[in-house]
Design a binder for this molecule. Structure first.
Ligand code: KMH
Ligand code: ZN
Length: 275
């Protein structure tokens, strides 16, 4: 039987700005409002980046602590997944800042890629191993962020070496300029490349967000949406909030007959230890 659908909301990221869409949250209060609305709409996981009030992306533990505890107060059950990707150009120790807070879940980025224009998002094999060891030592559940097929192959090689361990929770982030595109064949190829007992979620960047969501819902995957990945509800129409994007996925899932997972159900599906 297909598992219920886990919806992750990536609320703010490190690249998008209020100039692109005024609903992108920066302040702690904006994050809390956005988080609560997204959870109410059906998100069971929140993918968290921190921003200063002026929008500057940061990975420092103090800012993350403020955001996490403020969200936790209002949404006690949701899974909080901190980003260790941060923003392009940050050092690996800077990126690991939020792990000092022993979060329940974090992202582990599984390879380097050109990231839009001239930027390079660096995740060498040594970086991946370094991050994995820190996360395992702290018993943080990690999600394997793969922006293209080579990243999946890196994961599978590191699994064979015993460096990345079960359970494997993939997140395919598709449509970044420099990474893999988000056509139907791309997700089909990635899905058939991973072990049957692995879970996967799909984050379609920009115009791929909802077509990939629909494909993932149909083929037993999970879905990430949010302003980090896409600013539009539909072509030419800015999303008014993160919740509006989550709600659209809930509607697609309902049309396709897939139920939505609660945070507790999501923990079970993702085989997460309770911290
Ligand atoms: N901001 C991107 C460069 C993650 O959160 O782990 C990386 C990113 C991945 O967003
Ligand atoms: Zn992110």
């Amino acid at each position: 039987m297909t598992d219920k659908l886990i919806i992750t909301c990536a609320m703010t990221g490190a690249e998008v700005t209020k100039e692109g869409n005024p609903a992108v949250p920066y302040t702690v209060n904006e994050m809390v409002v956005s988080a609560c609305e997204a959870v109410k709409a059906g998100a069971s996981v929140l993918h968290i980046h921190a921003r200063r009030d002026d929008g500057t992306p940061v990975q420092d533990a103090k800012r993350f602590a403020e955001i996490l505890s403020a969200i936790r107060k209002e949404c006690p059950k949701v899974i909080l997944q901190v980003s260790t990707g941060g923003a392009v150009g940050m050092s690996r120790d800077e990126r690991l800042g939020p792990l000092t807070l022993n979060p329940e879940m974090a992202t582990l980025d599984c390879g380097t890629l050109n990231f839009g224009g001239d930027d390079i998002f660096v995740n060498t094999e040594n970086d991946i191993i370094y991050f994995a060891k820190v996360m395992q030592a702290k018993q943080v559940a990690y999600e394997l962020e793969c922006f293209e097929k080579g990243h999946v192959d890196t994961v599978l090689r590191l699994v064979k070496k015993g460096i990345i361990t079960q359970p494997l929770r993939f997140s395919f982030v598709l449509g970044v300029n420099g990474g893999m595109s988000g056509e139907t064949r791309d997700l089909a190829f990635l899905k058939e490349s991973i072990p049957d007992n692995a879970t996967f979620s799909v984050a379609g960047v920009g115009r791929y967000e909802f077509s990939l969501a629909e494909q993932a819902i149909l083929c037993g995957g999970h879905v990430r949406v949010g302003l980090e990945d896409n600013l539009y509800l539909e072509k030419g129409v800015l999303a008014k909030s993160n919740a509006e994007l989550v709600h659209k996925v809930v509607e697609i899932a309902s049309r396709l007959g897939r139920e939505i997972a609660t945070p507790e159900e999501a923990r079970r599906i993702l085989r997460m230890e309770i911290k």
